[in-house]
Design a protein around this ligand. Structure first.
Ligand code: ATP
Ligand code: MG
Length: 466
């Protein structure tokens, strides 16, 4: 696994090396051209007086041979060779400094356009030479040419040194740049290493770990904030889970303990007294039923938590509320229970789950209020929602309890000691179900001190078949 720093250094290295090589090639070509032009200028400066002299003294090709030696022996700048060529390119005379072996045959000279000078670079035994052909004319005819040569060895040496210096320069630049990139990346990624370290500690179970990225660049700061938020949520959900498991175990232990107690009573002779046996067995059945309800509530919650699919279809909410109202009346015939319903309010919902919510509200209203208290069901359209309310004029719920009513296993102080009090899961399940339907559930105090639970669900149109 290669580090980001090394990877960046490699990519930057390739890019910078390509740019430097391009620049180097350009400089090399420019330098070669400049130095060659300099050599040419030198040759040209030598050629011009020789040409003038030759053209003053030579008028026919025959006269060329007699003047040739005089021409080639005239002193020239160091390293410059001079040849005098006859009309066919034949060498008439050559100076001592004419180091270069001439191109074979007269071709080069014949190829010259009449009267125009020509340069050429030739390679002899690994050394480059610059050749300048300077045609000689007399009486309107070509009578031969001067050929001046100079070695480009000096130019090549300079170019070689330049390549060497360039190579060292590029190499050193790449090394320094790589070190800087690796160093900067290493320093820049320090907060990320910290995040990784903290994530490791969290994974090992220390959920209190947080990252301080306040002095890091803004991107890392945002990562740090997101990480801390995630760690906070994880911690909360772990704590909630632990509390849930503790509460669930506690709730299950209570009926189990009492069952064990009743079994002891039966063992110690209770089973021989018919009245005691009857009482104990019916109480035990009650405990078992309580436990079975608790377990099924826990399963329902776990399914809702896991995002269990709802069986959504059009539901006549008015009908459902009427059903629950009838059930409540059947459960508590002596109670005053009322219904105020607007007809034909439909919602998209899971009928059984919604029934479960309303039954829990009805059950609570009957369970936590005195027998004289009224219970009022109502259903009406409010804006784009259907609102169902279950209100009672019982003792009400203190504000400090109201904030926690929808928490799992929460029971208001008064009902905790009561025998009829449930596990405190009904409203938590109701909230989950209502929210899964994109609705809301709220609790408030009625004017006469009772309690109102209100559910709002988005209204839907009735099915087309109706
Ligand atoms: P479960 O519904 O799981 O059998 P539960 O009825 O105790 O148990 P919830 O339905 O969640 O649980 O209700 C939570 C608590 O809210 C109840 O214990 C009770 O104290 C209080 N409560 C609910 N409805 C009313 C009401 N209408 N009047 C007074 N208190 C209420
Ligand atoms: Mg309840």
């Amino acid at each position: 696994m290669r580090s980001l720093g090394v990877k960046l250094a490699l990519w930057y290295g390739v890019g910078v090396a390509a740019l430097l090589l391009l620049l180097g090639a350009f400089l090399y070509a420019a330098m070669d051209r400049y130095l060659t032009i300099e050599a040419y200028t030198l040759l040209r400066a030598q050629a011009v007086p020789l040409q003038r002299l030759a053209q003053q003294q030579v008028h026919t090709p025959a006269q060329l041979a007699s003047v040739a030696r005089q021409l080639v022996e005239r002193p020239t700048a160091n390293g410059i060779g001079v040849y005098v060529l006859g009309p066919g390119g034949r060498v008439v005379a050559g100076s001592r400094a004419a180091l270069v072996q001439l191109p074979q045959g007269p071709g080069a000279l014949q190829a010259l356009p009449s009267g125009a000078a020509k340069t050429e670079v030739v390679n002899r035994a690994g050394v480059r030479y610059l050749l300048l052909y300077q045609p000689l004319r007399a009486g309107g005819r070509d009578i031969g040419a001067l050929l001046l040569t100079t070695s480009l060895e000096g130019v090549d040496r300079t170019l070689h040194s330049f390549v060497g210096i360039l190579g060292i320069g590029i190499g050193a630049t790449l090394v320094i740049m790589s070190l800087i990139v690796i160093g900067l990346t290493h320093a820049g990624l320090k907060p990320l290493r910290l995040v990784a370290q903290k994530a490791g500690q969290i994974a090992e179970g220390d959920l209190t770990q947080r990252v301080d990225a306040s002095s890091a660049p803004s991107e890392i700061q945002r990562l740090g904030e997101a990480f801390n938020h995630m760690a906070g949520r994880l911690q909360e959900s772990f704590q909630a889970q632990r509390a849930f498991v503790a509460d669930a175990s506690h709730e299950l232990r209570t009926p189990l303990t009492s069952l064990a107690g009743y079994i002891d009573i039966l063992h110690k002779g209770g089973k021989d007294e018919p009245a005691t046996l009857e009482h104990v067995l019916s109480t035990m059945r009650g405990e078992v039923q309580r436990m079975a309800r608790l377990v099924s509530d826990l399963v329902a919650l776990a399914r809702l938590d896991a995002g269990d699919q709802l069986q959504i279809r059009p539901v006549d909410l008015t009908r459902l509320v009427e059903d629950v109202y009838e059930q409540a009346k059947a459960l508590a015939p002596s109670r005053e229970i009322n219904l105020r319903a607007s007809d034909g309010l439909w919602v998209q919902a899971d009928l059984d789950r919604l029934r479960q919510v309303l039954l829990n509200l009805a059950d609570n209203a009957l369970k936590y209020t005195p027998p004289t208290a009224h219970v009022n069901f109502a259903i009406q359209a409010v804006d784009t929602c259907a609102q169902v309310s279950v209100a009672d004029n019982g003792p009400g719920i203190p504000p400090e309890d109201r904030d926690h009513l929808f928490d799992r296993f929460y029971r208001a102080e008064r009902s905790r000691t009561r025998e009829k009090g449930g596990a405190g899961l009904g409203l938590a399940i109701a909230k989950k179900i209502v929210e899964a339907h994109h609705g809301t559930i709220t609790v408030s105090s009625a004017a006469d001190g009772g309690t109102i639970f209100a559910i709002r669900l988005p209204l839907a149109s009735p099915p087309a078949t109706l």
